[in-house]
Design a protein. Structure first.
Length: 247
């Protein structure tokens, strides 16, 4: 029960890593608000986690819209009395090589992955400061934000930007008792991977020293550690959870 009586918002929480993180946090005693644009998936996640019915709810939220983000943050106080943890997990990919990438692809990825993280982090920080007892902000980066990746100019820029936000917020918010860290997943077996050809998946495994894809639970456990009091003296870092890929 490492998050007993804590309240967490998880953006992009309806499926994949976000969904697994929601379940992990609930199991560890937290109240959880799942935020996602996919209303059907969000409602489905809440239904699947019905054993935690009193401790979970869903809020349809477009993280690129400031008013929706503000309503999301307020919902934590309205529903559970406070906000302790924000997991900025919402994100998308729209890949193309530099010379072929369209502005619509660039804009949408930057809007959701970077602007969305900024808006949620800003609103959460204001809420946490107003409460006066600190908090935790966790940002989803990626190993490609550390070393780049072919055909992902927009995604890499957004995830490198998230690392920059993490370091800056850690400096700005530390004296308010708010810790800010990022997690940089490697190749993770989420719904997104199911559409990738088997030979590409095998290539991913071969590039990873532990010779397997990560599981959503691997990332959820990293978020759990960083959100817990066990990480009370850790802020401003980007934790690679990648099976040794960067090494």
């Amino acid at each position: 029960m490492r998050l007993k009586d804590k309240t967490a918002i998880i953006t992009g929480g309806a499926c994949g890593i976000g969904r697994c993180t929601a379940e992990t946090f609930l199991h560890e005693g937290a109240n959880v608000i799942i935020a996602d644009v996919n209303e059907k998936a969000g409602a489905g996640a809440v239904q699947e986690l019905h054993e935690y019915a009193a401790k979970i709810c869903f809020r349809k939220t477009d993280v690129t819209q400031e008013s929706e983000v503000e309503n999301l943050i307020k919902s934590a106080e309205n529903k559970f009395g406070k906000l302790d943890i924000l997991v900025n997990n919402a994100g998308i990919t729209l890949d193309a090589q530099l010379i072929k990438m369209e502005m619509a692809q660039w804009d949408k990825v930057i809007d959701i992955n970077l602007k969305g993280a900024f808006l949620c982090g800003q609103a959460a920080a204001r809420q946490m400061i107003g409460q006066g007892h600190g908090g935790v902000i966790l940002n989803a980066s990626s190993v490609v934000g550390l070393y780049g990746n072919f055909g992902q100019s927009n995604y890499v820029a957004s995830k490198a930007g998230v690392i920059g936000l993490t370091k800056t917020w850690a400096r700005e918010l530390g004296r308010k008792g708010i810790r800010v860290n990022a997690v940089a997943p490697g190749f993770i077996a989420t719904e997104m991977v199911q559409s990738i050809p088997e030979k590409v998946i095998e290539m991913m495994k071969n590039k990873t020293p532990l010779a397997r894809l990560g599981q959503p639970r691997d990332i959820a456990d990293a978020y759990l550690f960083l959100a817990s009091d066990e990480a009370s003296f850790i802020t401003g870092i980007t934790l690679s959870v990648d099976g040794g890929l960067v090494a």
